[in-house]
Design a protein around this ligand. Structure first.
Ligand code: NAP
Ligand code: ZN
Ligand code: ZN
Length: 350
């Protein structure tokens, strides 16, 4: 298959900074669209992957999985998009389409292994996938979503990972009026989780280790803010139906299991490198669940975008240029972002 050379920003080693790279994108096949990338968010998963914290990263890697842009080419059989449409691409760019989960629209759980937007072997077209820190991307139309024209494109890009990752468990665990929801960590996922949980009607308490973020948490919509390092404040907590844990590093989950209601659930979305010890007594008293959730399927990604458009929800972002990505990764490592970095991909060209 012939290819197109495309400018990108990535790295050839875990220790090396990201730099300009030339990558090959496939030619547009009949069900593909080509998207000129306008903005791409930076998720902590990009950082875990670039630095090979989870193991298994193949180099060179071009990260980026909160991709929004305009369709510039459509394949002969494309039905969902036309040239000029806005389109979004998140984590998943292909899956088997035949297993139980793909049929249910939960491609994130594809039994035969889905293809992730970067660093994933491309079973159909060969090679390894490259993500959104690039000029354009070629993707099967079924794995792209319509991006609402009414949202600010840069600040809405993070809905494609951060948004869906918190929306999906909120739906699954029925967040709504009368539900007491906790959110741990005010980062990219946590800050948008506050907005989405409130829009769903939940009563929201935020747990943070950063006292400097307390005022922001209220501004973002939280009903209550708790400093999770303060024992007295933690002890005073009453019972939660659901606590969403978005922490990217090792931490004590037992402290949060303790403050769940009977039948309450602590749901991990954060992906710390180290294992998290769970005490049996934290779970059995109160029939509690320790659970997890992984992004969301394509249909639900469209749903969360439409939900955010209806409720005027976008991320609070710092818009940066491509040549600021390395600095942004260093700041993300320190929790120093309010609250999502988004890259203006036009800056790759000049
Ligand atoms: P982020 O912006 O860096 O936010 C993480 C937040 O966790 C920080 O802002 C901080 O909040 C808190 N935190 C960091 N280190 C901590 C520590 N040592 N102890 C306690 N709290 C700490 O990251 P993100 O982009 O939101 O991603 C969060 C995690 O979710 C990452 O591990 C990422 O890989 C994962 N993720 C998972 C999925 C999925 O599908 N499951 C999807 C996307 C991302 P405070 O300052 O408020 O304490
Ligand atoms: Zn992500
Ligand atoms: Zn499947």
């Amino acid at each position: 298959m012939s290819t197109n050379e495309v400018k990108a920003f990535g790295t050839e080693a875990a220790e090396a900074p990201l730099k300009n790279l030339d990558i090959q994108r496939r030619e547009v096949t009949p069900h593909d669209i080509q998207i000129e990338i306008l903005y791409c968010g930076i998720c902590h998963s990009d950082l875990h992957a670039v630095r090979d914290e989870w193991g298994g990263t193949k180099y060179p890697i071009v990260p980026g999985h909160e991709i929004v842009g305009r369709v510039t080419v459509v394949g002969d059989h494309v039905q969902k998009f036309k040239i000029g449409d806005l389109a979004g691409v998140g984590c998943i760019v292909d899956s088997c389409r035949e297993c139980e989960y793909c049929k249910e629209g939960e491609e994130q759980f594809c039994e035969n292994g889905n293809t992730i937007v970067f660093n994933s072997p491309d079973k159909k077209h060969g090679g390894i996938t490259y993500g959104g820190f690039s000029e354009n991307i070629v993707v099967d139309e079924n794995y792209a979503v319509h991006f609402p024209e009414t949202l600010d494109l840069a600040s809405a890009a993070p809905i494609l990972c951060a948004g869906i990752t918190v929306y999906s468990p909120f739906k699954h665990w029925n967040v709504g009026p009368g539900k007491k929801v906790g959110i741990i960590g005010i980062g990219g996922l946590g800050h948008i989780a506050i907005k989405i949980a409130k829009a769903m009607g939940g009563e929201v308490t935020v747990f943070t280790t950063s006292i400097s973020k307390a005022d922001d948490a209220k501004r973002l919509g939280a009903d209550e803010v708790v400093l999770s390092t303060n024992r007295e404040q933690m002890k005073a907590q009453s019972k939660f139906d659901l606590i969403l844990d978005s922490v990217s590093a090792n931490h004590d989950v037992n402290a949060f299991l303790r403050i769940l209601k009977v039948d309450g659930a602590l749901v991990l979305v954060g992906l710390p490198v180290e294992q998290l010890p769970v005490g049996a007594f934290s779970l059995v008293h109160g029939r509690k669940s320790f659970s997890g959730s992984n992004i969301g399927g394509i249909r639900e990604t469209q749903e969360v975008l439409d939900f955010c458009a209806a409720h005027h929800i976008t991320a609070d972002i710092e818009l940066i240029r491509v040549n600021q990505i390395n600095e942004a990764f260093d700041r993300l490592q320190k929790g120093d972002v309010k609250y999502r970095f988004v890259v203006d991909m036009a800056s790759l060209k000049n």
